[in-house]
Design a protein around this ligand. Structure first.
Ligand SMILES: Cc1ncc(COP(=O)(O)O)c(C=O)c1O
Length: 299
């Protein structure tokens, strides 16, 4: 049998690095049987992590929010993630860190008795929209599916409750689009499977303020907007604002700042990626050469 290609990915499981296709978790881990887990995803671009410390901080905050803990320091977590990438020899990678509740002692269901488990892996970079699609612009539909309300599951804690988002992906494909954005109980827009949404009107950016995961790319856009002369508002975003938008874009670690040029099969503006979106996207990728934001994997 041939050895797995490390470029397919490397995982960290039970204290060892293993080829990603061979990585296995215990079937009774509540992360699997109850979606009782949190995770974070960072990316590596041209051999460097982007905002690695911020991703680890957010991961630790999510764990605290779910009353989980690992006997690992932030440096130990960073070292494992870096080593997953180094062993894969990937230069562009999607890197996930996961903490699950773990396996309860036999015959119990008490989450306090579980030893939380840490899993990590690096795999080839995953794009929501490839650079080729981004050049044309993404087609988005507004789904009638409601995002799980924040009163039920706090979306700021990155979680495995993805069935609303996954059904939203089906909805997009059924309607000839690439992505869909889900609504809240009042019909305002929230987010989609793995991304946040922004609307541009003149020099103003608007992104939903609640019921969403506060993405790292969203955070980066909020930081970049001021220096680019844009004003940002985090507030409820009504569906009608999409029709009236000059530009729309979505943000994700899996693709950066991605222009949306069609909503419900109707063109936005002139149907091409907008100037402000492109300026933000350029500024986002430029930060990937800024030493304050990156961490080199390879010496
Ligand atoms: C539900 C959800 N919203 C938004 C995002 C975007 O977050 P980030 O920019 O950190 O990738 C993600 C990322 O996976 C997500 O799962």
């Amino acid at each position: 049998m041939s050895e797995p290609d490390p470029a397919e990915g490397i995982a960290w499981i039970d204290g060892a690095f293993v080829p990603l296709p061979e990585a296995r978790i215990p079937i009774l881990d509540r992360g699997f049987v109850r979606s009782d887990a949190t995770y974070d995803v960072a990316h590596v671009r041209r051999g460097c992590f982007f905002r690695l410390d911020d991703h680890i901080d957010r991961f630790l905050e999510s764990m605290a929010g779910l009353r989980m803990s690992l006997g690992l320091t932030r440096q130990e977590i960073a070292d494992i993630l870096i080593e997953c990438v180094r062993r894969s020899r990937l230069r562009d990678a999607y890197v996930q860190m996961t903490c699950t509740r773990g396996v309860p002692p036999q015959g119990t269901r008490d989450p306090r008795l579980c030893t939380n488990r840490f899993y990590a892996f690096a795999q080839p970079f995953v794009w929501i929209a490839t650079p080729e699609i981004q050049a044309q612009g993404v087609s988005l539909v507004i789904s009638d599916i409601q995002r799980i309300p924040p009163e039920a599951v706090d979306p700021r804690i990155k979680n495995f409750h993805w069935l609303d988002l996954t059904m939203g992906i089906f909805d997009a494909y059924d309607r000839g689009a690439l992505v869909s954005v889900l609504v809240d109980g009042s019909g305002n827009l929230t987010e989609g499977a793995g991304f946040n949404i922004f609307v541009v009107k003149g020099r103003s950016l608007v992104t939903p303020d609640r019921g969403v995961f506060e993405g790292m790319t969203r955070r980066t856009v909020l930081e970049l907007a001021g220096p680019l002369g844009l004003d940002v508002r985090c507030r409820p975003l009504a569906r009608a604002e999409l029709d009236a938008a000059d530009e729309i874009f979505i943000t994700s670690t899996a693709g950066g700042v991605m222009p949306v040029t069609k909503v419900d099969n109707q063109p936005i503006g002139d149907g091409r990626p907008g100037a402000r979106t492109c300026a933000l996207s350029d500024a986002y990728w430029a930060l990937h050469s800024n030493d304050d934001y990156i961490h080199a994997v390879y010496s």
